[in-house]
Structure formats: C-alpha cells, structure tokens
Design a protein around this ligand. Structure first.
Ligand code: G6P
Length: 582
C-alpha cells in the first residue's frame, strides 16, 4: 500500500521518480507527489493517478528527490493529503509507506509546540518531528535517527532536506529496497522502478536507516554502521512492461505456462528444506486473498493425496486467534509483504513450529520471518489481480504434495504447463456475453474445485465489479438459492469422479430456479452439453490439470468481462496488490 521512490545521482531526479511511481501504481493511486532538491525543496503533488499526468512535475529541478503514490488510509484522497509532506519551514520533505499508529498523540504535542499541519495524514507528524530534531543538530541523518524511535507502527520513509545532498531512507515493517547503480542510488518499495537502471539491490532490514549519496551508501542499525549483502535480481525490465498486450493482466495470464513450468523445475525435492521434505505430522497454512485460495486447494490435496491432516487459516484471524498448532506451518504470500501473513508466521514460530514461506519476491520481508522460503519463478506481476503468481503458488504446492507422495505426480507436473497452454485457446465468448449482463454470479464446485470457485469469484468481483460468490456446491440451497434468477448466472465446475452425479443434480436444481448455468467439465462430456446452457470443455484428465485449466478459464472469463464493461483491469478501484497494513 503506497509506493515510494527516491533517487540521488547524476540524472534529473524528477523523470526517474515519475517513471518509477508509474510502476508502483499497483500499490495505490489515490494521489501522487514528487519533491526534488532544486532551488530549495521543489514540490508537485496532486490527487489522482500519475499515469496520464501531463503536468509540470517533470520540470522539477535537481539530481535528488523523492516521490509517492498513495493508497489512502488516514485522510481522504486529496491534494493536501498527497505526499510528500513538508515541515513548517518547507525545507524538509518526507514520503511514507505504512501507518504511524501513535500519530494522534504525537500530533497533539506537535501542535501544542507550535507546528502547523496541512493534512489529515498520519505521515505529517514524521516531518515535523524530524524538523525539531534537525533544529537541534543540523544533521538530517541524526534527525531521522532521533525521530524513528518515537514512531510506533510500520514505515518505509524517504527524507530529503534543502540543506544537505543526502537522501535518507528508514525502514520498519514496510518494504524498502536500495538499488545500487554506478554513481547513483535508488530507493523504492520494490525493484520494479529500479530494474531499468541496475540489478544490484540491498533489501533493508527492519530498524535500518540508510544515508545515500551518489557515490556512497551507509546503513545504520541501532546507531551502528552495518553492512548488508548486495543481491542480484534477475528480473528484466522487459518483464515489467506490457509487451504489446493491452493489459498486464492478460499478459500475465499468457505467461502462466512458463511461470508454472519454471517454478516446478525450481522446486524439486532437492530445494525443499529438510524439515519440509519429510512428510509432516500435520500442516497449517496461513494466507490472505488469492493466496488463501491456493492454500485451500493445497489443503484438499494434502489431505486427500498425502493423508496428512491440514488446516487453513486466514492470516488476519490467526494473528489474533492463533489456534494451537503443531507440525509444519506454511505461509503463502505472492508479495512477501502482507502484514497479516508475516505476523501469523511469527505467531506460529512462537509456538515452536517450523515455518515455510512461499513467495514470488526475492528479498521480501517474509523470507526474514519464516525459517525457510521457497521462491516461485513467476517474474514480476504488475496487475493487481493475482494470476501467474497464483499458478506459480500452485506449482510449489503441487511439488510439495508430490514430494510427500514420493514423486507419484512427477509425470503430470512435467506436463501440466501444456494443459495451461491448451486452455488459453478455448473460446469463451458465450460465457463472457452471459456474464457481462449479470447482476450477480455464483461459482460452485466441490473439493478443490470449491477453492477454484472462490478464486474465480474473487477475480470476477475485483476486476469487473460484478457481485460474485464462490460456494461449495452443496451449500447453495442453504440460503443463496433465494437469490437465483435469470440475471444470476451460475458457473459450475463439474469433473468426473465421486462428485460428478451430485454436481449434475446441483446444475439441474439451479436451472430449475431460472439461473442460466455455465458448466466447466471434461472435454467430450455429453451430459453437461445437454444440461448446461453453456458447456466449456477442459483439457486434461489428472486432478492437477483439471484444477489448473478450470482456474485459467475463470481468470479469462473475469478478464474479458471486465474489459467488455470498460473497467480499469490492472488497477481495480480501492484495491492494492501489496497489503502492508492490517
Ligand atoms: C491483496 C491483493 C490480492 C492478494 C492478497 C494477498 O488483496 O490484491 O491479489 O491475493 O493481497 O497478497 P499476498 O501478497 O499475501 O499473496
């Protein structure tokens, strides 16, 4: 939530920061702002998004600057609440990602001491506190070092002042990466704004404060100079571009065969940490959003295929109501930064469980919280709605399942990406036409396909804004049936096997209440052709293949419906890709 970018070097800072902010808009776009050190602090900030902005921010002067794109928490989206925020003398500028939890009392005290506030944000207290400390020592690094202990909450901060050529960066529980260039340094919420310029990065630790000059970087922790490892990030700048596709989301959907295959190859039994390679006595999964749905699929696989008891918890619930857990705890988070998932893993460690994280982002916070981390190989995912990162999560989770069965699923895992390839060719135009006119859409399935239904419904509601709900098919008649009508199509995933007949009955029941039904089933299923209004034949006979192909179909239906409705597919309203606040 919120993206920040800083630059110090030989280039004009403003264009670097503006282009960087455009790449971070997936973190929020309620407002944007840039401050540079030109003739004093030069500042432009506005409500709304920076992409498409044609104003004067590019003309700000200076080779050092900071910028921000906002996902509003404290204070409505407005010019005044946009970052950067300035001190009373307008000589210090601050951008912030996170939440200052004790801002109310700090603000009261600062106002009592004569500070003037211009916004309703929690962030503004930071710049006034720095102002006070700076007035004492006239050293911006020292001022930030003295301010940070006064703050409770999460923050990634970038600070510049009119009197000093240094860019100061501070981190506590919000992501912050330093890009190491030749004669220039970058600071950003993630690597995407930096990829253009360098692949060398330092991921700051909680409590780190960095002082950046073009040729020099110093990192302090608890007042002591420390050294941090430089990591090489092998994401290319091209991967973070649309490459001819109209939206990142569809590009990322089409990248799924590769994301799946690369991740399967990178996650063989030799890469699993010893404590996860062994079949555990029990598994607990903690996650949020789409990652929770990946966890639900995994839960079914682990229980059904491996016979291991598994429980799944929303990380946001687990952190406050942690049940007694034993065995292995797995945290799934594509961003590696979801605050609730990080805290849930800490709670699991407090119960002496071994913790394993699954993430897409090298250097992300989760790798410092869990005992071990498995990285997916999905490449950068820019669209807010998770697609290829979800499929790559499944690749890791299916490989773990495979490992616990002694390699019984090797064959399908080597070929499952081909099934995704085939699925991308399916004509879904009839299903999309039906969904475009829907008031509400119900998704139903059983077992792992219930989990796929939840994810399909989430994709639909988050990007098309059509109300959609996923249900375990047997639950629909316990209430939701009251809502069925010709305006509420149902999408049913109906695969051969134990639940096939009962799913067919469910389809007939929904149709009897007037709801048109789109059925996803095995290619050649003539019964579904007869009973459903629209039949979508899926390739693949193995359970893994069916999960992947039904999922991809639902992603594409959601995408095409959203496009037909003219939605902002990659940046759906009110949502952010990385949720670093509770
Ligand atoms: C946000 C995103 C979702 C994502 C969820 C969990 O809500 O919009 O796409 O599934 O966070 O994110 P994580 O990074 O932990 O997987």
């Amino acid at each position: 939530m919120c993206g920040i970018v800083g630059y110090v070097g030989m280039r004009d800072a403003a264009p670097v920061i503006i282009e960087g902010l455009k790449k971070l808009e997936y973190r929020g776009y309620d407002s944007f702002g840039v401050a540079t050190l030109g003739s004093g602090i030069e500042l432009v900030k506005h409500q709304g998004r920076i992409s498409g902005y044609a104003g004067s921010a590019n003309q700000l002067h200076g080779k050092i600057g900071i910028g921000h794109t906002r996902w509003a928490t404290h204070g409505v989206p407005s010019d005044a609440n946009a970052h950067p925020h300035l001190d009373c003398a307008r000589r210090i500028a601050v951008v912030h990602n996170g939440i200052i939890e004790n801002f109310s009392s700090l603000k009261r005290d600062l106002i009592a001491r004569g500070h003037r506030f211009c916004s309703d944000t929690d962030t503004e207290v930071v710049v006034h506190l720095i102002e006070e400390a700076y007035a004492r020592d006239h050293d911006i690094l020292v001022a930030v070092q003295q301010t940070v202990p006064l703050l409770k909450g999460s923050f990634a901060l970038l600070v510049i002042t009119a009197d000093d050529p240094r860019l100061i960066a501070a981190r506590n529980q919000s992501p912050l990466v330093i890009g190491i260039g030749d004669g220039e340094h970058f600071a950003a919420s993630d690597m995407t704004p930096v990829l253009e310029y360098t692949e060398r990065a330092i991921f700051l630790e909680d409590g780190d404060i960095a002082s950046l000059l073009p040729e020099k970087i110093e990192i302090f922790h608890a007042g002591t100079l420390v050294s941090r490892e430089i990591q090489l990030i092998n994401w290319s700048p091209e991967q973070a571009k649309k490459g001819g596709f109209p939206h990142f989301m569809v590009k990322e959907i089409y990248e799924q065969p590769l994301a799946f295959f690369n991740t399967v190859c990178a996650t063989d039994t030799t890469t699993l940490p010893a404590f996860a390679a062994e079949k555990p006595s029990a598994v607990t999964i903690v996650a949020c959003g789409s990652s929770y749905h990946a966890g639900l699929i995994f839960r079914y696989l682990v229980e059904e295929i491996c016979g291991i008891p598994a429980r799944l918890e929303f990380a946001s619930e687990f952190r406050y109501f942690p049940p007694p857990v034993e065995g292995l705890v797995i945290g799934i988070t594509q961003s590696g930064e979801t605050a609730d998932t990080l805290t849930a893993l800490r709670k699991a460690r407090a119960q002496h469980c071994k913790t394993l994280a699954i993430t897409n982002v090298v250097g992300s916070s989760v790798s410092r919280v869990a005992d071990e981390t498995l990285f997916m190989c999905a490449g950068p995912e820019i669209s807010v709605a998770a697609t290829k990162s979800f499929v790559a999560q499944l690749a890791v989770l299916m490989q773990i399942t495979n490992c616990w069965t002694g390699g019984k699923c090797d064959e399908i895992l080597q070929h499952a990406h081909e099934v995704i390839d085939d699925t991308l060719l399916i004509d879904l135009s009839n299903a999309v036409s039906l969904c475009v006119g829907a008031a509400s859409i119900f998704y139903v399935g059983r077992g792992p396909f219930y989990a796929v239904s939840l994810e399909g419904a989430l994709k639909m509601k988050e990007i098309s804004y059509i109300h959609a709900e996923g249900y375990a098919a047997g639950e629909l008649k316990h209430g939701p049936f009251a809502l069925l009508s010709p305006e509420t199509p149902a999408i049913a995933i109906c695969m051969p096997g134990e639940t096939y007949d009962v799913m067919c009955s469910n389809i007939k029941e929904m149709k009897a209440r007037g709801a048109p039904v789109i059925a996803l089933g095995c290619v050649g299923d003539s019964e579904l052709v007869d009973i459903a209004d629209i039949f979508i034949p899926l390739p693949g006979t193995h359970l893994f293949a069916q999960i992947l192909s039904s999922l991809v179909v639902l992603q594409i239906i959601a995408y095409k419906t959203a496009v037909a409705l003219g939605r902002d597919v990659d940046k759906p309203r009110n949502l952010a890709k990385s949720v670093t606040v509770e």
